[in-house]
Write a protein of this length. Structure first.
Length: 181
């Protein structure tokens, strides 16, 4: 199957989610308590603050260094993924994998925050779409991404599970599309 990319479509989901994340992340520097109220904190989760399973995606505990990496990476990968899978499926990949990453975070890195786990899920989705390309380099690159994700899981890095979740979700999206044709 050849995955078709619509280069004229505006990446609404990518821009909207990053704008919201940028606004909330920016506010954390004006109101430092905001980061403490939204980041991964096991004791807060035990107190039934369930929003902390998703809100860490909107703030960045690593400061400017983390922001300087996450935002450009999500823009680049996010725009491509949105063009391949569409805005609705982008949101499923981003937030579904972000949730998986936060669960891994609570298990392996219980304190912190950042959008990198959601971006990792987008990368997993992109890898699956590249596996379907007839170009050997695309397939090899995708295989490296997925193999790297497996290694990250064994190293207990919170980015491995969302990459694999993104791959699984992308596979399901593509299978659903194929079945519908």
């Amino acid at each position: 199957m050849v995955v078709r990319v619509n280069l004229t479509k505006y990446p609404v989901a990518t821009i909207s989610v990053l704008a919201a994340t940028g606004l909330i992340t920016g506010l954390q520097f004006v109101f430092p308590q905001l980061l403490q109220n939204l980041e991964r904190t096991p004791s807060a989760l035990r107190e039934h603050e369930w929003w902390r399973l998703v809100t860490p995606l909107f703030v960045h505990s690593g400061g400017w260094r983390q922001i300087a990496f996450n935002f450009p990476a999500i823009v680049v990968v996010g725009v491509i993924v949105e063009r391949v899978f569409g805005s609705y499926n982008w949101l499923i990949l981003y937030f579904g994998c972000g949730f998986v990453g936060e669960l891994a975070g609570y298990a392996w890195q219980p304190f912190g925050a950042g959008a990198s786990v959601a971006g990792a899920g987008l990368l997993g989705g992109l890898a699956v779409s590249l596996l379907l390309k007839p170009v050997l380099q695309a397939r090899v690159g995708a295989a490296f991404v997925l193999a790297g994700a497996v290694i990250l899981v064994f190293l207990r890095d919170i980015h491995g599970p969302p990459v694999l979740a993104g791959a699984a979700i992308a596979f399901a999206i593509i299978a659903r599309r194929r079945a519908g044709k």
